[in-house]
Design a protein around this ligand. Structure first.
Ligand SMILES: *Cc1c(COP(=O)(O)O)cnc(C)c1O
Length: 391
């Protein structure tokens, strides 16, 4: 069987497929079907913070799979209770948790919780934001390319400019149920919020009785150098969305819920797979590893190292290097796609963020030596005139 051809034949069509078959991973390395190694600076879009095939997560999955895989959340379970306790210990002020299966589902839940809690309908989001692809989350998402084929979307969503306190102050009203923000925008181009903006957002929402939802589906679990990125800013959201890296690679999402969120009564929301013991066991192992290996600190230190090395690349193609921890964007003066392809030919897998930004989201366990290899590959492809560069 030719794997690339088989997938090309049967694919839904919604993915731009790479001609590269990946069959195995370990730490920050992925291998193709011919046993060729690739350095992974995508982490499956920010999922593999612990690296691929972490033995602690693999063991937890194996052991739990032979005990109990599925259980609806109406029945308490040892793994789920332990996870609830462990997860909320990282988020003082957010004591309750709703489990689901993906990032977009965590956003859907937060939007519904905000409406049912406040009795209001209006949702504000930021320009350039990304919150997911189901219809509610898509209504919050900014990119026209994702939205327009699916209109009409959910009513009462609007967008304010990111990092503009005055515009935000004008936009939040007595009809606003919630403001949803990424404090470091991912898909939109790796743009960090200013501390002043995040703090003003918290104050304005509190003053007007609106809830603050922070979407940390991409920035959560150590990625930016703190367990959650909001913790850089000295604020606490009312609702915190997470997913991607939560369960060490298994599909899982969660919304952490503050005390201002009301009216969450039986039947208001639910999920068949949410809080299943298998995902809970994996997440419990993943969080334990994050804590024991101090992955947030690793991300902070390695991120400083990576950004400093990237800034030293003498390439006229680079407009700006920015980021926080190991969530790093290299904004080019031209389209990123050809450079991502050239990087892949050098066995480094990276992502774009918008048209012009190369986004690096390596596993937080990447070694300094591997970071050097990534920087060398980037320097080769971004330095015109080097034999490797693209003219
Ligand atoms: C990836 C992402 C989502 C959507 O997560 P899925 O699991 O793909 O549904 C939502 N918000 C942000 C910030 C993301 O990066």
């Amino acid at each position: 069987m030719d794997i690339v051809e088989t997938e090309a034949k049967h694919t839904s069509g919604v993915y731009a497929k790479q001609p590269l078959v990946i069959v195995r991973g370990q730490g920050a390395v992925l291998w193709d079907e011919n046993n060729v190694a690739y350095l992974d600076c995508s982490s499956g879009h920010g999922v593999a913070n612990l690296g691929h095939a972490h033995p602690r997560v693999a063991t937890a999955i194996y052991e739990q799979a032979s005990k109990l895989i599925t259980l609806f959340e109406t029945f308490p379970n040892d793994q789920r209770a332990a996870l609830m306790e462990k997860l909320t210990a990282f988020t003082p002020g957010l004591e309750r948790v709703f489990f689901c299966n993906s990032g977009t589902e965590s956003v859907e839940a937060a939007l519904k919780f905000a409406r049912v809690s406040t009795g209001r309908t209006a949702i504000l989001a930021a320009m350039r934001c990304f919150h997911g692809r189901t219809l509610g989350a898509l209504s919050a998402t900014w990119n026209k390319h994702y939205r327009e084929p699916f209109t009409p979307l959910v009513p009462d969503f609007s967008h304010v400019p990111f990092n503009n306190i005055e515009a935000l102050d004008q936009a939040v009203s007595a009809k606003t149920a919630a403001l949803i923000l990424e404090v470091l925008q991912g898909e939109g181009g790796v743009y960090p919020a200013s501390p002043e903006f995040v703090q003003a957002a918290r104050r304005i929402c509190t003053d007007r009785g609106a809830l603050l939802i922070i979407d940390e589906v991409q920035t959560g679990f150590g990625r930016t150098g703190r367990m959650f990125a909001y913790q850089h800013f000295g604020v606490t959201p009312d609702l915190l969305c997470c997913a991607k890296s939560l369960a060490g690679g298994l599909p899982m999402g969660a919304v952490l819920i503050g005390e201002n969120v009301k009216n969450l009564t039986p039947g208001t929301h639910g999920s068949t797979f949410g809080g299943n013991p298998l995902s809970c066991a994996a997440a419990l192992a993943a969080l334990t590893v994050m804590e024991e290996e101090d992955l947030p600190r690793q991300a902070a230190e390695k991120g400083v190292y990576l950004i400093q090395k990237l800034k030293a690349i003498p390439s006229p193609l680079i407009r700006e290097v920015r980021g926080l921890g190991l969530m790093v964007g290299i904004e080019l003066k031209q389209k990123a796609a050809p450079y991502l392809k050239a990087l892949q030919e050098k066995h480094v897998i990276a992502l774009n963020a918008g048209l012009n930004v190369i986004r690096l989201l390596p596993p937080l366990v990447i070694s300094y030596e591997q970071i050097d290899q990534v920087v060398d590959a980037l320097e080769d492809v971004l330095t015109p005139g080097s034999s490797e560069g693209i003219a």
